[in-house]
Design a protein around this ligand. Structure first.
Ligand code: ADP
Length: 275
């Protein structure tokens, strides 16, 4: 079962509980900080590049806190109505359907808005009353205001690397959250993670992490973003399936991150030097 409840279809709340401990290797004191935030009902921003462990961390924390996890992948067409809920025609009748945010409030779940900056500013505003002392959500269409129970928590993720004037969080939103910084794990931990998640040996994982580190040095030299831990794991999985290691690295770690032929050649050279 996939524990991520992406609301493209209605997923029963029971399925949003994570019953098996997710594999998560703490990198700093993020677990303690999150626990303290939860205890004090503080909303949290997880800040960091894509594929560095933010979602896995949320799954782990939801497991530790024994709360359901409701994840929403934000995008520019996401409306406040999508988050809060709407009336739907069902046969002859009209029924109310909770959006993921309302559902999370009602059930005291952890609501995780992934890539929150992708959502339009007027959509993001609906979370504001949930992020201060009031902890309420006005459901205008039902004419009610719901108060979040103690178990409810709001967390959002944000990739500062993609920051632009058009897509950035307003200060009035930012200053409602505490912020935990995420980054690619240090090499020794990343080796452990890549080996565990892909099923390859430590030696091969070390090579992948070494290549990953060198590719990341190209950030600001033509690369928009470094190669993610997720892609290192993909390379490992291809290798485990018998794909030749250098080829697997090109396919999983170079081609996805750049279309620039010159850059691809330079990155392929890094791979040949190490593999
Ligand atoms: P993000 O949400 O930051 O885009 P993910 O949480 O999906 O990234 O991370 C991508 C993958 O990397 C995860 O599925 C997991 O396999 C692995 N991963 C990254 N960091 C860790 C970590 N600290 N512990 C365990 N696995 C990790």
């Amino acid at each position: 079962m996939d524990n991520k409840c992406q609301f493209f279809r209605e997923i029963p709340l029971e399925e949003c509980f994570i019953d098996k401990e997710p594999y998560y290797v703490p990198v700093g004191n993020e677990v303690e900080v999150f626990m303290a935030a939860y205890k004090n009902r503080l909303p949290v921003i997880l800040k960091g590049p894509t594929g560095c462990g933010k979602t896995r961390f949320m799954e782990y924390m939801a497991y530790r806190l024994k709360r359901p996890l409701i994840t929403v992948a934000c995008h520019e067409d996401l409306t406040a109505t999508d988050l809060v809920g709407r009336f739907l025609i069902k046969g002859e009748s009209i029924e109310w359907s909770d959006g993921p945010l309302t559902k999370a409030v009602k059930s005291g779940a952890i609501c995780y808005l992934d890539e929150v900056v992708e959502a339009r500013k007027d959509t993001i505003v609906v979370i504001h009353p949930l992020t201060d002392d009031r902890r309420i959500i006005p459901v205008d269409k039902l004419g009610v205001i719901m108060k979040a129970p103690d178990g409810f928590m709001l967390a959002v993720s944000y990739n500062p690397g993609y920051q632009s004037v058009v897509k950035d969080l307003k200060q009035s939103t930012r200053q409602r959250f505490i912020s935990i910084d995420f980054d690619y794990p240090p090499a020794d931990l990343e080796v452990q993670i890549v080996a565990h998640e892909s099923g390859i040996g430590q030696e091969m994982a070390k090579y992948l992490v070494e290549i990953g580190a060198r590719i990341r040095n190209f950030k600001h030299h033509g690369l928009e973003e470094g190669v993610s831990t997720r892609l290192l794991i993909y390379a490992g999985k291809l290798i485990r399936e018998g794909i030749e290691p250098a080829k697997a690295c090109q396919i999983a770690m170079v081609r996805p991150i750049t279309d620039n032929p010159d850059l691809q050649v330079s990155l392929d050279e890094i791979i040949s030097a190490i593999m």
